[in-house]
Write a protein that binds this ligand. Structure first.
Ligand SMILES: [Zn+2]
Length: 577
């Protein structure tokens, strides 16, 4: 007999065989047992979660000659014929390949004829969202006036693509992803039944990569077993799932440990280029970190390490990390996973993550969080603090002076900001407000558009690391002589400000063929700064020009000013995404 795929051989034949959809199968059983089935069902949910299996079982159960409590007997003529796909009254249609109106019209014509062998004629339409509009219309006509003894079971992975008129005429069930544990248990059951030895970790890898789909899990298991050996090995499971090879993860983690972002990125690109999914890679990083944390704890905990993940090569780099840093990495990776789920720019998020966790500066920042604010509380009369505050006041004075007398440009302004003590995570440490105000004074929508136009070219002039840092920045205001660039993360703002601001300015100059200063700002502070500037500007306008007051009354002056500076959409320029 030809080899049959595991998911076919082990396809559930009764409702109670179906895994992970208890509520749905119980409801369907009750309906069959009490003869209260509907003439149309809609089964929606991710692939491989049991929709088609349930449809087939339901088709069998309503036709079974000896049903028990709503379950098909699988022994009568009808059940046998259905199990062997030779029951003419159960008609399966794959809408992905039959999306034409003709096919559905065909159903409409034939649906009138009574079932030939069984009690009910059951149409199972898979991937029903693929039907054309015309086909949906034809189907709707049939659902509106359903003939006796006909049942439609529509299955789809994308219910949102199905017209509401169709949905309202069906009884709808939403299938959930199957839990990892349920998938594991099922695979163990099958392997035991087939008397095949297996590596636990190999099963874990397969269950993880199936992402809640039983059919996927069994297909992967099939492939891993097809490598031979009559046993499921870790290596085969890794090959099939594209799990990371040990070598790749070691080189990536070493670059992270040694604060070499460029090498870490190179390693990342190799991993992604070899077809590994970003999500799976992040799961691997977390598992490795977990194990390193246990190992570094030097206690009984290290007994709980996942031996198959922790190879000698990885243990060798364990002392390059301390646990604080590992916790930080896990935090960052988890945050990235959330973004990965909602984005199709997964590579960008992985680049950002990689640079972030491999930056030595970031590490220090996290290891000694807000030291300065603690000092503020404990030693209020600290001299350094007083000095710093003095600096700040001086800067503020300068700004006010400059705002009220715009012809004067004090040269010492920006130095005032930059000469403050380094390595403080206090907000505004390196922020060059004066330069930002200068740009805002002459900002126009046109200049901003020009800046946005050259942005892709500017990115291509940067190094890989710089590009990753800049990839979540954007120009938010521009004048003829300057561009304000906002950064999603404050620490990246600092990295760029200290690292390659001059390079940015030079490159922008080359692209625009004129001198143009680039000024950086953390995005979180941008709305505040802009508001401040506008408020100041309006105050001085008011005192200078009393006549225009009556005109301004009609509209919100802040909005007016913002419109002038940033254009219509400029008011909501700072996006939260
Ligand atoms: Zn039966």
């Amino acid at each position: 007999m030809a080899y049959q795929a595991l998911y076919r051989v082990w396809r559930p034949q009764t409702f109670s065989d179906v895994i992970g959809q208890g509520v749905i199968t119980q409801t369907l059983r009750n309906a069959v047992a009490s003869n209260m089935t509907s003439h149309a069902y809609l089964f929606s949910g991710p692939r491989g979660t049991g929709k088609t299996s349930c449809a087939k079982i339901l088709a069998k159960a309503v036709n079974c000659l000896n049903p028990h409590d709503g379950e098909p007997c699988n022994e009568c003529e009808i059940c046998k014929a259905a199990n062997e796909n030779r029951l003419n009254d159960v008609i399966e249609i794959d809408a992905a390949s039959n999306n034409g109106v003709e096919e559905i019209r065909d159903i409409r014509d034939k649906v009138k004829y009574a079932p030939t062998e069984a009690k009910y004629k059951v149409y199972i339409i898979d991937e029903v969202h693929m039907l054309s509009q015309g086909a949906f219309n034809a189907l709707l006509k049939t659902l509106e006036e359903p003939p006796e003894n006909v049942m439609f079971i529509l299955a789809t992975t994308e219910p949102q693509k199905i017209p509401a008129t169709i949905i309202s005429r069906t009884q709808s069930f939403t299938f959930r992803r199957i839990s990892r544990q349920d998938i594991l248990d099922r695979m163990v059951y099958i392997l035991n039944d087939k008397n095949i030895k297996y590596d636990e970790e190999a099963l874990n890898i397969i269950a993880a990569s199936a992402e809640g789909g039983m059919r996927d899990a069994l297909s992967i298991l099939d492939q891993a077993l097809s490598y031979g050996d009559d046993e499921l090995t870790l290596k085969n499971a890794q090959e099939v799932t594209g799990a990371l090879s040990n070598e790749q993860i070691v080189s990536y983690m070493t670059a992270i440990a040694e604060n070499r972002p460029a090498d870490a990125l190179t390693s990342l690109y190799q991993i992604l280029a070899s077809g590994r999914s970003a999500m799976r890679f992040t799961e691997m990083i977390i598992r490795v970190c977990r194990n390193l944390i246990l190992y570094n704890s030097n206690s009984d905990l290290s007994q709980q390490m996942d031996k198959s993940v922790m190879t000698d090569e990885l243990l060798a780099i364990a002392d390059k990390f301390d646990n604080t840093r590992l916790f930080y990495i896990v935090d960052q990776v988890s945050a990235t996973q959330k973004n990965l789920k909602n984005s199709n720019q997964t590579d960008v998020y992985m680049e950002i993550l990689t640079v972030k966790i491999s930056e030595p500066k970031v590490e220090q920042q996290v290891l000694s969080p807000s030291t300065s604010s603690q000092e503020e509380v404990e030693t209020p009369v600290d001299n350094r603090k007083v000095e710093q505050l003095g600096d700040e006041i001086a800067s503020l004075k300068q700004e006010i002076k400059q705002l009220s007398n715009q012809s004067q440009t004090p040269a010492s302004n920006s130095q005032n900001y930059n000469s403050k003590p380094k390595r403080s995570s206090k907000k505004g440490t390196h922020l060059n407000k004066t330069a930002i105000y200068q740009v805002l004074e002459n900002a126009t929508k046109n200049d901003l558009n020009t800046a946005k136009d050259i942005w892709p070219d500017l990115m291509s002039m940067l190094s890989i690391t710089q590009r990753s840092i800049m990839s979540i920045s954007e120009p938010v205001a521009a004048s003829n002589e300057g561009i304000v660039v906002a950064f999603d993360y404050e620490m990246w703002f600092e990295t760029a400000q200290d690292g390659f601001l001059d390079e940015l300015t030079n490159n922008v100059g080359k692209l625009l063929k004129k001198d143009c200063q680039v000024v950086l700002v953390p995005k979180a502070q941008w709305p505040e700064i802009r508001k401040e500037y506008i408020a100041n500007n309006i105050d001085s306008n008011k005192s200078n020009n009393v006549e225009s007051k009556s005109e301004q009354k009609k509209t919100d002056p802040t909005v007016d000013e913002a419109l002038k500076l940033f254009g219509d959409d400029g008011v909501v320029e700072v996006k939260d995404d």
